[in-house]
Structures are given as C-alpha cells and as structure tokens.
Design a protein around this ligand. Structure first.
Ligand SMILES: C[S@@+](CC[C@H](N)C(=O)[O-])C[C@H]1O[C@@H](n2cnc3c(N)ncnc32)[C@H](O)[C@@H]1O
Length: 221
C-alpha cells in the first residue's frame, strides 16, 4: 500500500459502485484473483473519461474485461480496443463483453501487446496501460505514435507497492529489472519535451501523461 490502509478504506467506503453487472464482475474477478483496477483507480479513471471524452481508447492489458467495460459504460460513442495475451483470460473477457450488451463497442486483440501495437495504425484519444510493468518502457514508442496530440496516456501501477523509492539493494532481486525499467519509464515521462506527466498516488500509483506535441523524441535506449 502506498497510502495508509485506513485512508484507502475510507476513500473506498464513499464509493457508489458501477451498477449491478460491473459490481458482480468485479467481485467475481477478486474471488478468482484476477488483478483488476480497484475502486479508487476506477473513480479516477471515470473522472478522466468525463473530462477528456475520448472516442477511441486503446487498453493494454484486458484481463477479464472489467476496466474495458468500465470505460465503455462511462463513455458515449466511444470504441475501445483492448489487448490481452493470456489465453485463459481471453474467452472469459469475450464472454463478459458479450453478456454486457456493450460488446459491439469493444475489440479484443489477442496476443503480445508489443507485437500488436507495432502493427496498429489507428489514432487514439486515450491509452490505458495496465499490463506487464517491466514492458511499459518498451510499449512507450508505439503508444506515443498511436496517441493523438492532446491525447492522454494513463499508466497504472507505476509505484510498485512503494518499491520505486527504495534503493536498488533493498528491492528483492527478482523485482530489480522491473524496478529499474519503471524508474526509467517515469523519468522519461517527466523529462521528455512534449510530454506533460503527473504521477498520482492513487491505488498503486498512476501516471497521467498529456502528449502536447506531434513529434516526440524519446531518449535512445
Ligand atoms: C492488471 S491486468 C489488467 C486488468 C484490467 N485492465 C482491469 O483492470 O480489468 C494485466 C493483464 O495484462 C496482460 N498482459 C501482461 N503483459 C502483456 C503483454 N505483453 N501483452 C498483452 N497482455 C499482457 C496480463 O495477462 C493481464 O491479464
């Protein structure tokens, strides 16, 4: 937890839910240990959607479709393209999209996001990055190519349960690559000309980035 647990419990106690279908889907996902966005991130995302009013969203990391459906339910005339590579979750997500009655507004692309994003040619108003944290830095060039000028990139879980502020040596060895890549990712988001980023301690940390210029030159890897 990056904010005190009591604070998180209090904030979430004020939440009014997302309607019967999504509330049930959320409970099912939590029961099955599927990692979906939690209440405070849900509210944050809903506010961003209301402010930005996207018509095309790209999501990286579908899981069972909860956040894609939340975004569909909180937008109008908006199409959501979402990418998932885990074979066990894909049929569950498809079934949830179909049962929701919003499936016609969602396209699920099956496979590795890195390869799929390289092939995409559309233009998106919003990109929600919620997949393997160690890959964000690799997803970034295509995410920025696909995002329109003025569009927003939301990157979830960027503070890594607080690990991000620890010294390299204090981070468990198996988490060190993700730690190094995430620190690099946040540095690039904050220091690249044409990107305006705020890192917000909601849930496990979210970075909200506005693409302010058409041509973004990222530092060489
Ligand atoms: C945190 S979950 C997504 C949760 C979902 N956004 C929600 O809140 O309902 C992350 C998902 O990303 C998928 N994933 C991770 N790396 C991926 C990649 N390189 N390409 C496609 N999917 C990936 C995982 O299989 C997992 O289901």
């Amino acid at each position: 937890m990056i904010i005190p647990e009591r604070m998180s419990v209090y904030i979430n106690s004020l939440d009014v839910g997302n309607g019967a279908f999504l509330d049930e889907l959320e409970q099912e996902a939590l029961r099955d240990d599927v990692p979906i966005i939690r209440q405070d991130m849900q509210s944050f995302l809903k506010v961003l959607l209301a402010m930005h009013q996207p018509k095309q969203i790209l999501e990286v990391g579908t899981a069972v479709g909860f956040s894609a459906l939340l975004m569909a339910a909180n937008t109008e005339m908006c199409h959501i393209t979402t990418i998932e590579k885990y074979e066990k979750r894909i049929p569950v997500a498809k079934e949830n999209f179909q049962k929701s009655g919003m499936g016609h507004r969602i396209t699920l692309l099956e496979g590795d996001a890195l390869a799929i994003m390289q092939e995409l040619t559309g233009t998106y108003d919003m990109i929600f990055m919620d997949a393997a944290k160690g890959q964000y830095i690799h997803f970034l060039p295509d995410a920025l190519r696909l995002l329109r000028t003025g569009g927003i990139l939301i990157s979830d879980n960027v503070l890594q349960d607080g690990d991000i502020i620890e010294s390299h040596y204090a981070v468990e060895r198996r988490n060190r690559t993700i730690y190094r890549r995430m620190r690099e990712y946040l540095y690039v988001l904050k220091h690249t000309d044409g990107l305006l980023t705020s890192i917000v301690p909601v849930e496990d940390g979210a970075a909200v980035t506005v693409k302010q210029k058409e041509a973004i030159v990222l530092p060489k890897a």
